[in-house]
Ligand binder design. Structure first.
Ligand code: MLT
Length: 324
């Protein structure tokens, strides 16, 4: 038997083995990797979907927070995992921005993954420590314009959602804050509540409960419309600030080569979860939406990722962020 023939035979046998395994899928617990720290918006959203999907699939889904390097460490872990449906990735815009950010990313965001479907869509808002010296949006804009260099702003690392939001805030207001990177906005929010940092531009799923509990304050929604979850808070456009509009969507991926029957089961479980009234209600209470069933599909996530690579990655280049 020639070496080439043995190699082809080996690959065929491996593929057949995966197809056979796919029939009984899932027969053991699944790991859902969230590449940001516990306690942040990504963690909260991943846990909502892990809980809902495990009910549909009949197997436990364990959340694994492998954080660091703007989500690229956890993402690399999934890219390297066996493509059998037992290791999945829940991620947002940093899947696109990391492609621009890192010269030697150890995976390719498109080529090394199978999209399963989109899960959520949610707005962002500007929050501050309770003692931050401005009582409303008008005062906030005037204060930060006058004091920017001595103001600290937390984010979850270059290319994260909170960093993109910070870049938009700084460029539309014409200011430059002192940026403090964290491994996720969970730990950043803790420091904001403790008064160690001044500002955080974050997703509502992380911040709305803390705002409602009076632990931090909020100045504006990043966009043109007020948030249904905080109707008394203005939109940033009401202060005459234009072009500061950002929305964050999470999506679910599997490693490249995961068998189609497994991917189909995962998409069906994701679709059942976005349609689950309990899931929708829980997310709405945090100011975000589960996507419609028509978006919880591989083609919708593939198109969304392409759009983010084309548009949001460029924001970093425009802001002068140099690839590492
Ligand atoms: C997190 O879960 O910590 C966030 O999604 C990080 C971010 O991108 O701002």
């Amino acid at each position: 038997m020639s070496f080439q023939f043995k190699k082809v035979l080996g690959l065929c046998l491996a593929a057949c083995a995966l197809q056979v395994v796919a029939q009984d899928y899932p027969s053991k617990p699944i790991t859902m990797v969230m590449p940001y720290a516990p306690g942040g918006p990504g963690d909260t959203i991943t846990r909502v979907f892990a809980g809902a999907m495990q009910k549909v699939l009949g197997q436990q889904i364990v959340v694994d927070n492998t954080a660091g390097a703007s989500g690229s460490i956890g993402t690399a872990k999934v890219a390297r995992a066996k493509p059998d449906g037992y290791t999945l990735l829940m991620i947002h815009v940093s899947h696109a921005t990391n492609m621009v950010m890192y010269k030697n990313l150890p995976y390719h965001p498109v080529d090394d993954f199978e999209p399963i479907g989109r899960a959520t869509s949610g707005p962002m808002l500007i929050t501050a420590r309770n003692e931050f010296p401005s009582k409303d949006l008008g005062e906030f804009v005037a204060y930060v314009k006058a004091n920017a260099p001595k103001i600290s702003l937390a984010h979850a690392g270059v290319g994260s959602a909170s960093h993109l939001c910070a870049l938009m805030m700084m460029s539309t207001l014409g200011v430059k804050f002192n940026e403090i990177p964290y491994k996720g906005t969970g730990p950043a929010l803790n420091d904001l509540m403790g008064g160690q940092v001044d500002l955080l531009c974050d997703q509502t799923s992380g911040t709305v409960p803390s705002i409602k509990a009076g632990k931090i304050k909020a100045y504006a929604a990043a966009g043109k419309t007020r948030l249904p979850s905080l109707p008394q808070m203005p939109a940033i456009s009401e202060a005459g600030v234009q072009g500061f509009d950002i929305n964050i969507s999470f999506g679910l991926y599997a490693p490249k080569g995961t068998p189609k029957p497994v991917l189909d089961k995962l998409t069906a479980a994701l679709q059942a979860s976005v349609g689950d009234p309990e899931v929708r209600q829980r997310l709405e209470s945090m100011g975000i939406s589960a996507v419609g069933v028509d978006l919880a599909r591989p083609d919708a996530l593939r198109a969304h990722l392409k759009n983010e690579i084309d548009n949001l990655g460029g924001l970093l280049t425009k802001a002068g962020v140099k690839p590492e």
